[in-house]
Design a protein around this ligand. Structure first.
Ligand code: SF4
Ligand code: SF4
Length: 94
């Protein structure tokens, strides 16, 4: 999926730098290199690359990073392609 970007400015990815302990798990598990470590803290390097898979939040030991599957969710987009019609935005796809 190199070069594939999602809708701009819709990803729900957020992080609390104060809660980050710099373990690097979010950066290690992110499939799109959205998260990066800088000066011992994680930062969001490219929010619009986020596919809202939830891997970073699921592996963060302190809850410093959060994300909610939504319109930027890759699975949602793929399902709409396959079904050829819109599915509800609140459909659980990830
Ligand atoms: S939700 Fe997935 S794609 Fe987005 S930053 Fe976290 S691990 Fe990366
Ligand atoms: S997984 Fe959480 S605590 Fe670890 S670097 Fe990422 S945001 Fe910081």
């Amino acid at each position: 999926m190199d070069g594939f970007r999602y809708f701009e400015g819709v990803a729900t990815l957020a992080m609390d730098e104060n809660a980050c302990v710099g373990c690097g798990m979010c950066a290690a598990v992110c499939p799109h290199a959205v998260m990066a470590l800088q000066n011992g803290k994680a930062r969001i390097a490219d929010k619009d690359e986020c596919m809202e898979c939830g891997a970073c939040a699921g592996n963060c030991p302190t809850g410093a990073v959060s994300v909610t599957p939504g319109v930027g969710c890759a699975a949602y987009i793929i399902q709409t392609w396959i079904r050829g019609k819109n599915i509800p935005l609140d459909a659980k796809c990830c």
